[in-house]
Structures are given as structure tokens and as C-alpha cells.
Design a binder for this molecule. Structure first.
Ligand code: CMP
Length: 140
């Protein structure tokens, strides 16, 4: 994959004060933070961000949760960013995530799973433009 991915620290992890530890871990793993902000998604915006999951059983819970509080969003840069970041965060379900992954360490369950990572280069591109303007982004 390419050099860019998008991450979001989800509401429950923000409430639990895990922002600093999670960002620290991300930087230690060699990712450069190109952009960073805290924001809250209204439900209508969360529905657009997650539109590929429209109609799935977990969609209503996902939207309710993701709009329930602030999130910390970042654009990350590293070689092979999408794949390496997905390895670092681990399985969607923290019970299935490997020891040492961010989700194994900080996630509660499949919905409150601490963190998002883009699933492809195309998603990364769409998601970075969803949250940030080019003036808010700083290459390494
Ligand atoms: P994320 O990586 O942000 O992208 C889609 C989200 O949908 C995912 O994290 C999970 O929080 C949620 N999700 C995916 N599958 C399930 C599931 N089977 N049950 C509940 N939530 C899910």
C-alpha cells in the first residue's frame, strides 16, 4: 500500500484518556503525523463516513457510538501505511486481536474498538479529504 492512511481514535478511548498513549504508540511505530484534530461527528456525517456499511446489522450502533462524543482524527505517513497500520491496530474484535496490538490493549468490544484505520489506499484518500483540507496537512 501507499504512504498515507487515516486513523480515528474513537469516542470511548477518548473518554478513557487513552489519546496520549495511543498517539505515542503510533509515533513509536514509525508513523509521521501529517494532520491532527479533535472533532465530533454528527450522525449524518458518521453515516457518510461509514456509507459502505449502510444496511448492515451493526450500522445503527456504529453510527450512534461514533457520534456520541469527540474523536481524534489523524493523517499518518509511513511506507506501506495502510497495511502496517492495520497490523498495528489488530482485529476489529479485540478478543481476536493479537497481544500487543492497539485494539487488544485499549478496545472494549467490536463497536468500542478504540481506533479506526483505512482499509485501502482508496479509502485512505477519501477519508483524508473527508476530514482535512490540504492546508491542514504537513508532509514529513
Ligand atoms: P472500523 O475499522 O472503524 O470500521 C467499521 C466499523 O464497524 C468497525 O471499525 C467496527 O467498529 C464496526 N463493526 C464491524 N463489524 C462489526 C460487527 N460484526 N459488530 C459490530 N461492529 C462491527
Amino acid at each position: 500500500t501507499g504512504r498515507i492512511t487515516l486513523t480515528m481514535i474513537k469516542p470511548y478511548a477518548v473518554k478513557q484518556h487513552h489519546v496520549g498513549a495511543i498517539l505515542s504508540r503510533i509515533e513509536k511505530e514509525g508513523f509521521h503525523i501529517r494532520a491532527l484534530k479533535m472533532t465530533q461527528l454528527p450522525a449524518e456525517k458518521a453515516e457518510i463516513f461509514y456509507e459502505e456499511h449502510t444496511g448492515k446489522s451493526f450500522f445503527p450502533d456504529l453510527i450512534e457510538f461514533m457520534s456520541s462524543g469527540p474523536v481524534v482524527v489523524a493523517i499518518l505517513e509511513k511506507e506501506n501505511a495502510v497495511d502496517d497500520f492495520r497490523k498495528l491496530i489488530g482485529n476489529t474484535d479485540p478478543a481476536q486481536a493479537e497481544e500487543g496490538t492497539i485494539r487488544r490493549t485499549y478496545a472494549k468490544d467490536k463497536t468500542r474498538n478504540a481506533i479506526h484505520g483505512s482499509d485501502s489506499d482508496e479509502s485512505a484518500k477519501r477519508e483524508t479529504r473527508f476530514f482535512f483540507s490540504s492546508m491542514e496537512e504537513f508532509p514529513y
